[in-house]
Ligand binder design. Structure first.
Ligand SMILES: Nc1ncnc2c1ncn2[C@@H]1O[C@H](COP(=O)(O)OP(=O)(O)OP(=O)(O)O)[C@@H](O)[C@H]1O
Length: 350
């Protein structure tokens, strides 16, 4: 069990600043997600925790102890890289035992550790099978068991399920979250998938160009993004971000009754989540100034792309309403749910 902290850590590679003055604290037993686009510094942060890279400035601490000069082996942090593939010539059980056998752990110690992880992953009934005899989901669980059978103070996972198909990814992330809670270990998890970050993490750090833009619980970041960048990173479809220049403002005001909202001083962008846009399509006698551009029925929800003057907007409505492309609709911002950002993209409140 371990807490992990960065204090003003910077890591450069030549002219590239991969990690730029980053500070955070990960609590013991926390599921902590590093989330950001490619090249934003996620893997470098994992390597700094693991000890494969050393900071140019600042300090890395594990359980409150500075570890800048401690070797990776003595940090006892386990890295699970992107590839969760199994060894095809070994049974499931041999695969799970492998990391312990490789480290020459005594058989007396191996047996209870394997039994423990096997029980937590519910794979006792398939241990005798070879990987070729297992379903995709079973293979994944055996691979996770093999990754978890060591007894480190923290696990680091670098996009461990990105190579899986969508359904298996969903199953595996549920499994990972359950196991992490059950094992009671600190887990630092890298992903570039916003849905994955939102669904598994206790807290998320949102990265951009080596800088952490915001840290918080998923719902907190989603509801209170501190910048337009963070607002745009979480949520699918992405938040509608509209520049409030005078031309657009009047077209939008007609469409969305913005005059009824309190626009804070200094706001130059308004952000509205697609699920906060109410589309009214079948009420007679209501002005319908917005044109429907495209309709995507996704089963439980329907995504409607709309055109209000020059501005394109996306709304997400429940179910499969009969909204026709090219028809005219009325729009409203449900419960006045909107965010405002200044010209630098920083959140402003009334
Ligand atoms: N060993 C290295 N030598 C030179 N530059 C590096 C090295 N490792 C990382 N970088 C650079 O540091 C920056 C951050 O890279 P990093 O791999 O940490 O990002 P990432 O967010 O994990 O990206 P991805 O999602 O693509 O894995 C990038 O500009 C990358 O090119």
């Amino acid at each position: 069990m371990a807490s992990i902290a960065f204090r003003n850590v910077t890591k450069r590679f030549g002219d590239t600043i991969a990690v730029n003055d980053v500070s955070f604290e990960i609590a013991d037993n926390e599921f902590f997600c590093l989330f950001g686009p490619p090249l934003s510094g996620k893997t470098t942060i994992l390597k700094l925790i693991l000890g494969l890279e050393r900071p140019d400035e600042g300090e890395v601490l594990i359980d409150g102890e500075p570890v800048n000069h401690v070797s990776p082996a003595r940090r006892n942090v386990a890295m699970v890289f992107q590839n969760l593939a199994l060894f095809p010539h070994m049974t499931a059980e041999e695969n799970v035992r492998f990391p312990l056998v490789e480290r020459k752990i005594s058989p007396d110690e191996i047996a209870p550790r394997v039994a423990d992880v096997v029980e937590k992953l519910h794979i006792g009934h398939i241990l005798h099978k070879s990987p070729a005899q297992l379903s995709g989901g079973e293979r994944q669980r055996v691979a996770i068991a093999r990754a978890l059978v060591r007894d480190p103070v923290a696990y680091l996972m670098d996009d461990p399920i990105s190579a899986l198909d969508a359904r298996l990814r969903e199953e595996t992330r549920v499994e990972l979250k359950r196991i992490q809670h059950e094992l009671g270990r600190t887990l630092v998890y890298v992903t570039h998938d916003q849905e994955e970050a939102m669904s598994v993490a206790d807290r998320i750090a949102v990265l951009e160009n080596g800088v952490i833009r915001q840290i918080g619980a998923p719902s907190d970041i989603y509801d209170n993004p501190r910048s337009a960048y963070v607002a745009g990173m979480l949520g699918a479809p992405a938040m509608n971000l509209i520049t409030l220049d005078p031309g657009r403002l009047s077209a939008l005001d007609g469409a969305l009754s913005l005059h009824a909202m309190t626009v804070p001083d200094g706001a130059s962008q308004i952000g509205i989540r697609p699920e906060d846009l109410a589309v009214d399509h079948d009420v007679d006698g209501v002005r319908k100034p917005v044109q429907v551009y495209e309709v995507e029925p996704l089963g439980g929800v329907t995504v409607v792309t709309l055109q209000a003057g020059e501005t394109s907007l996306r709304a997400m409505v429940r179910g499969q309403p009969k909204i026709e492309p090219s028809s005219q609709v009325a729009l409203a911002v449900a419960n006045g749910q909107a965010c405002f950002f200044d010209s630098e993209g920083q959140a402003v409140t009334a």
